[in-house]
Design a protein around this ligand. Structure first.
Ligand code: F6R
Length: 609
C-alpha cells in the first residue's frame, strides 16, 4: 500500500525521491507524487499524477528547479479514486504533507475546522494538511505544537510526513500504527514507509516510535516525545546487502526471489541449529514458550496463513496437539478462544499487516504469549509480539510472496522439531534426523530450480485456460492452496485448490473436456487414494499435470504428464513442490506478458483492514 519517502541532504532531492519511489512501487499504488522545498523562494512545489512512477518522472522533467529537500508518496486509493487531485502530497496553506493510513473521523474534522468548500481532493489526507496548517498559523508558526495538537484530534491510523514553507530544509513526521523508519547517512537524513527505500544508502535505520515527532535536517535528526523531551533513536541493522533490493539481471523480482530460496532457507535454519538440534537461543525464545502452552493459534493472512496450514498438519500428526489456523481478518470478529495457555503465532513477511497486528494486540489482552515469524526487522508486529523469529529471507519485492513463504515454512519446521524434542515425542536421535533432512532442503530446491525449463514448457499448456484446478491430499493439499493463490494472483487465471477426496462432493461437476488440473503427489500414505482421484478427473476429460515425488513416478509417467520432484522424507517434500508451483505460476504470468511483480489491484504491504 502507500509508500512514503522523505529526504533532506546534499544531493538533488528529486532524483533521490524518484529513485526511492521506484523501489517502493512493489507496495502497490495507483498515483505518485513529490513535493520539494525551494530555499530561496520558500515555496513548496508539488508534482503529482495518477499512474506510475515513470509518469511522474516524465512530469518532473518539465520542471528544472533544484532542491535538496522533499517528500514523496505512492498512493493506493482508499478515500477517493486514483486520480491526479487525490494523489499526494497535499497542500494546506504553508503545510504540505503525505499520509499513509486512514483518518476515520475526517468528516467530523471537516465540520469542526470549517473546511467544506476549500478542499481540492476527496481524501482524508488533505484534511490532515488543512488542520495542521490552521493550528500552525494559530500557534505562532510552531510546527511541533501544531502537529502535537492535530494528532490529538485524529482518529485512525496515520504516518504523516510534513514540509513547512518557512523551514525549507526540514522534514517533520509523526505516526500512529502506520510505520515510518528513518536514518542519517552520508547523503543526508531520510525517512520512509519501509526500509527497502533506504537500503540503497544504508542498512542502519530506526523505527520512529508511535506518537513521537521526528525532525530531519540535512546533517542531523531529532526525535521528540509529545512532552518535548528528546529521545535517542534505537538503531537496527538490516542484514541485507545494499544491492539486495535490485533485480541483479533477472527480468522480474519474482524470478530472482524464487531463485534465492536455497540461500534464504539456509539463512533461516543455519543459525538455529546447534549440535544437530533446533535451538532458538539466538532469538532469546525460551523453551517455556513451547512447553507451557496447551494450544496453538496461528494468525496470518494470505500466503503466510498457508504456511500456517502446513504447520497445522504437522502439529496434528507429530505433536497431537490442538492447533487452530485463523485468517487474521476474521479472527477479531469470531469471538476467538484465547487464554493464558494459548501460544499465538503471528506470521507476516512485512510485519505490518494490520489484521495480524490487531490479532497480536488482542491476544496480549487475553494474557496469551505471542511469537511472531517475521521477515522485516523492527516491524510493527515484531515490536508488538512477546518473541520474534526473523526469517532472514532478505527483502521480498515482488508482490507475490515466494521466499518469504518457504522461509516461514522452514521456521515452522524448526519449531515443530523443538517442540517434539521438548515434549519427548522425538528422541534426540529422531530430532537430529529430522533436522538433518531439513538441512537438505536447499539442495532439493536447487534440483527443482534446475528443472525450470521443464516447468516452463508445462506452464505453456495452460496459457489460454480460464479455470484451473489443483488437487492433492494432506500436506499436498495445504501447499496447493498456496500454489493456487500464486497462480491466480500473477496470471489472473481462476484457480482453485481442492482436497482430492472432496472432489466428488461437488467440484468435480466443473471438470469438463481439457480442463487443466494440476496434482501434487508426494505423500506415501495417501498416494494410492490420490492416484485414484487423479484418474477420476482424467476420466472426465481433464488435462492433468502431476508434480510427483520421483520414487512414485514410475507408473504415473506412463499415463500422465509428470514433473519429478527429488526424493526426500515426505514432510520435506513441501519445499520442492512449492518451488515447482511458484515457477509454474511465474512462467504462466510472464508468458502471458503480465507485469509479474505488480499484479493488478494488489499491494505488498496491507496496512488497512
Ligand atoms: C500473496 C501474498 C499475500 C501476503 C499477505 C500477508 O503472494 O503475498 O497473500 O502473504 O498479504 O502479508 P504479510 O505476510 O506481509 O503479513
Amino acid at each position: 500500500m502507500c509508500g512514503i519517502i522523505g529526504y533532506t541532504g546534499n544531493k538533488e532531492a528529486k532524483d533521490i525521491l524518484l529513485q526511492a519511489l521506484t523501489l517502493l512501487e512493489y507496495r502497490g499504488y495507483d498515483s505518485a507524487g513529490i513535493a520539494v522545498s525551494d530555499e530561496e523562494s520558500k515555496k513548496t512545489q508539488i508534482i503529482k499524477c495518477a499512474g506510475r512512477v515513470h509518469d511522474l518522472e516524465e512530469k518532473c522533467k518539465e520542471e528544472s528547479n533544484h532542491s535538496v529537500c522533499g517528500i514523496g508518496h505512492t498512493r493506493w486509493a482508499t478515500h477517493g479514486r486514483g486520480n491526479d487531485p487525490n494523489a499526494h502530497p497535499h497542500p494546506g496553506g504553508s503545510v504540505t504533507l503525505v499520509h499513509n493510513g486512514i483518518i476515520e473521523n475526517f468528516k467530523e474534522l471537516i465540520q469542526e475546522f470549517h473546511l467544506k468548500g476549500s478542499l481540492k481532493s476527496e481524501t482524508d489526507s488533505e484534511v490532515a494538511a488543512a488542520i495542521i496548517n490552521t493550528l500552525y498559523q494559530e500557534n505562532g508558526k510552531d510546527i511541533k505544537k501544531a502537529i502535537n495538537e492535530a494528532i490529538s484530534k485524529l482518529k485512525g491510523t496515520f504516518a504523516l510526513v510534513i514540509l513547512v514553507e518557512e523551514e525549507p530544509d526540514t522534514i517533520y513526521s509523526v505516526r500512529n500504527v502506520s510505520p515510518i523508519v528513518a536514518t542519517l547517512c552520508d547523503e543526508g537524513a531520510m525517512l520512509a514507509s519501509d526500509v527497502t527505500a533506504l537500503c540503497q544508502f544504508t542498512n542502519r535505520y530506526f523505527v520512529v516510535p508511535e506518537y513521537h515527532i521526528l525532525e530531519l535536517h540535512p546533517d542531523c535528526l531529532h526525535l521528540w516525545n509529545l512532552f518535548g523531551v528528546e529521545k535517542e533513536p534505537e538503531y537496527l541493522v538490516a542484514d541485507w546487502e545494499l544491492n539486495s533490493a535490485e533485480k541483479n539481471g533477472y527480468p522480474f523480482y519474482m524470478e530472482k526471489e524464487i531463485m534465492e530460496q536455497p540461500k534464504a532457507i539456509e539463512a533461516t535454519i543455519a543459525p538455529r541449529i546447534k549440535r544437530g538440534l533446533p535451538d532458538f537461543s539466538v532469538d532469546k525464545v525460551p523453551d517455556s514458550v513451547f512447553t507451557k502452552c496447551d494450544r496453538i493459534c496461528v494468525v496470518a493472512c494470505g500466503t503466510a496463513m498457508h504456511a500456517g496450514l502446513v504447520f497445522q498438519s504437522l502439529v496434528k500428526s507429530v505433536l497431537h496437539m490442538h492447533i487452530d489456523v485463523e485468517l487474521a481478518s476474521e479472527f477479531m470478529y469470531s469471538d476467538p478462544v484465547i487464554d493464558k495457555k494459548t501460544l499465538l503465532i503471528a506470521v507476516s513477511q512485512s510485519g505490518e499487516t494490520i489484521d495480524t497486528l490487531e490479532a497480536v494486540k488482542y491476544a496480549r489482552k487475553q494474557g496469551a504469549k505471542s511469537l511472531a515469524i517475521i521477515n522485516v526487522k523492527g516491524s510493527s508486529i515484531a515490536r508488538e509480539s512477546d518473541y520474534v523469529l526473523y526469517t532472514n529471507a532478505g527483502p521480498e519485492i515482488a508482490v507475490a510472496s515466494t521466499k518469504a513463504y518457504t522461509t516461514q515454512l522452514a521456521m515452522f519446521y524448526l519449531i515443530l522439531a523443538r517442540m517434539a524434542y521438548l515434549k519427548k515425542i522425538y528422541k534426540p536421535k529422531e530430532t537430529k534426523a529430522f533436522i538433518s533432512e531439513l538441512s537438505k532442503v536447499p539442495e532439493a530446491m536447487e534440483a527443482v530450480l534446475k528443472k525450470r525449463h521443464e516447468i516452463h514448457v508445462a506452464a505453456r499448456e495452460v496459457l489460454e485456460a480460464k479455470d484451473l484446478f489443483m488437487i492433492g491430499r494432506g500436506l499436498d493439499h495445504s501447499l496447493l492452496l498456496e500454489g493456487s493463490l500464486k497462480l491466480k494472483e500473477v496470471s489472473y487465471i481462476h484457480s482453485e485448490a481442492y482436497a482430492s477426496g472432496e472432489l466428488k462432493h461437488g467440484p468435480i461437476a466443473l471438470i469438463t473436456d481439457r480442463t487443466p488440473v494440476v496434482a501434487v503427489a508426494t505423500q506415501e500414505k495417501i498416494l494410492h487414494k490420490e492416484i485414484s482421484n487423479i484418474r477420476e478427473v482424467r476420466s472426465r476429460g481433464a488435462k492433468v499435470l502431476i508434480f510427483v515425488k520421483e520414487q512414485f513416478a514410475k507408473d504415473l509417467e506412463k499415463e500422465f504428464s509428470v514433473i519429478k520432484l527429488p526424493n526426500a522424507r515426505d514432510e520435506m517434500m513441501v519445499f520442492s513442490a512449492s518451488v515447482a508451483l511458484q515457477l509454474f505460476a511465474y512462467y504462466v504470468s510472464s508468458d502471458k506478458g503480465f507485469d509479474v511483480d505488480k499484479p493488478r489491484n494488489l499491494a505488498k504491504v496491507v496496512t488497512v483492514e
